[in-house]
Ligand binder design. Structure first.
Ligand code: UDX
Length: 462
């Protein structure tokens, strides 16, 4: 089949080149894709920036090529607006250097040994460079199908007045149910032009390419995928949840504290709440205090990731996590909870002791959680997270959103609802059904498995 095809093509190894956007939530799915392609017989070359460079030593099976980004003096982005500007700056800064590196690789491998480049949707300039060098491209978009559909509809939604005005946040977006205005990607009036540009570039990257790869699966987004396939001229490959095909692809930028796994081993089944807000989302010092006392007051065992940078204005990287927690918190929760700076999340979610996930609703976290049947308490903060939370609550019914100001009483009540009350139990049952559906999609002859076969065949035909 396709597995043999890549390795056996004309008796020569075929190469796929990858270029992830240098953020954790984008590096992880791209390295998992690398694992999938390697397993199907391709040789993989990963281009990467110096900023947030992946650890090549942990992936001896791939080749890594650094692309100078000329941005070493620049402080890492903290706000959403910063991230959007950073993405634009990275595109500009890497373009020429990527052309050089790509030309070098092409000279080395011979042009027809290279099947294609797969670039992150936010790297339009790299897609353009590859095209000029006659290298076919595919695009990996790391969010949901629904989210990408909203990118396509964005100009129309702006024309119809949904955005940038934000006075009617709860108005349904009738073109994209079940989204409300608040669920769309937006960063307010000031950042509106920038956001429009970001999304238009992602759409352009896909339209210039020969295919769109999405980390989603049929049981989750059948309707949204069908709509994308109608609206796009390029094939769409729904190969998620991708970590299921490539479980060992660890692309963590921070050290994962594995000691928490032994602690989980000693806990009762489905008793622990896992709390993590991903790699970028942050909170104010006051929100952290309310979160801490809400967790403590709930009486529920917990594993909480407090990463460096989680609390705005505090903690230089490297500062011990526990210094961020309110005084008395450790004593109040001793033996009932563990706080770490970064967790092996995939394994944590797979652990039998974990019964709920309080998440910022990043797309990777959402799919990782659903694939393990873990229901969610959603606290989205920016980007596609609001839309993801909307689907979790409204469509998949595998969790609910905790909105408004964070206050310890509300946090306590939300945790109890998820972990101990009957409607939390219903959400757990829904999550379990989705776990089963995900396993069917990734098994043989599931839709995601078939999509991988089609993607590989497509790559070999370009
Ligand atoms: C960002 C956006 O928030 C997200 O919505 C978008 O779709 C991708 O980029 P991020 O905020 O980091 O990503 O969240 P998420 O998408 O959930 O990715 C985080 C990744 O880090 C996950 O793969 C998760 O397994 C991993 N992780 C997180 C750890 O390995 N350890 C942790 O302690 C926390």
């Amino acid at each position: 089949g396709a597995a043999a095809a890549a390795a056996g093509h004309g008796g020569r190894e075929r190469h796929v080149l990858l270029f992830p956007l240098p953020y954790q939530g984008h590096i992880n799915p791209m390295l998992r894709l690398a694992g999938v392609l390697r397993a199907r017989g391709f040789a993989v070359t990963v281009f990467h920036t110096h900023f947030n460079a992946p650890d090549a030593a942990r992936h001896p099976e791939h080749r890594f090529v650094a692309v100078p980004d000329g941005m070493s003096g620049r402080p890492p982005p903290v706000s959403v607006g910063d991230v959007v500007k950073h993405i634009r700056a990275l595109n500009a800064a890497c373009e020429a250097a990527f052309r050089d590196r790509l030309a070098g690789v092409l000279a080395e491998y011979s042009r027809d040994a290279v099947a294609c480049l797969v670039a992150d949707a936010h790297l339009l300039r790299m897609v353009e460079v590859a095209r000029r060098l006659a290298v076919p491209t595919l695009v990996l978009r790391t969010g949901s199908a629904a989210c990408f559909a909203s990118f396509l509809a964005y100009p129309l939604l702006c024309e119809r007045g949904y955005l940038p005005s934000s006075s009617q946040l709860d108005m349904p977006v009738s073109e994209l149910p079940p989204y409300r205005v608040r669920d769309l990607m937006h960063i307010g009036m000031d950042g509106h032009e920038l956001m429009c540009e970001l999304l238009a570039c992602a759409v352009a990257a896909v339209k210039l390419s020969s295919g769109l790869i999405l980390n989603t699966f049929d049981a989750l987004e059948a309707h949204e995928l069908a709509k994308l396939r109608r609206d796009l001229a390029v094939p769409v490959f729904d190969i998620g949840p991708i970590h299921r095909f490539s479980p060992a692809a660890d692309g963590s930028l921070l050290h994962q504290d594995r000691s928490c796994l032994a602690w989980l081993d000693a806990q009762a089944a489905e008793s622990v709440l896992y709390v993590s807000f991903g790699s970028l989302a942050s909170m104010g010092a006051r929100e952290l205090v309310e979160t801490a006392w809400g967790i403590a007051g709930s009486g529920v065992p917990f594993l909480w990731v407090v990463r460096p940078g989680l609390v705005r204005g505090c903690a230089a990287p490297g500062e011990p996590t526990r210094l961020l927690l309110p005084e008395g918190f450790e004593a109040a929760t001793r033996r009932r909870g563990v706080v770490v700076a970064w967790a092996p999340q995939e394994e944590v979610l797979r652990h039998r002791a974990v019964g709920g996930f309080w998440t910022h609703s990043g797309w990777n976290s959402t799919t990782e959680s659903l694939a393990e049947g873990v229901p969610m308490l959603c606290r989205p903060s920016f980007g596609d997270q609001m839309g993801n939370a909307r689907y979790v609550e409204h469509v998949w019914k595998a969790g609910f959103e905790v909105g408004g100001e964070l206050e310890r009483g509300a946090v306590e009540a939300a945790i109890r609802r998820l972990m101990a009350e009957s409607d939390g139990g219903e959400m757990r049952a829904r999550a379990r059904e989705l776990k089963k559906a995900a396993a069917e999609c990734t098994g043989k002859p599931g839709s995601s498995e078939m999509a991988i076969v089609k993607m590989v065949t497509h790559m070999l035909s370009l």
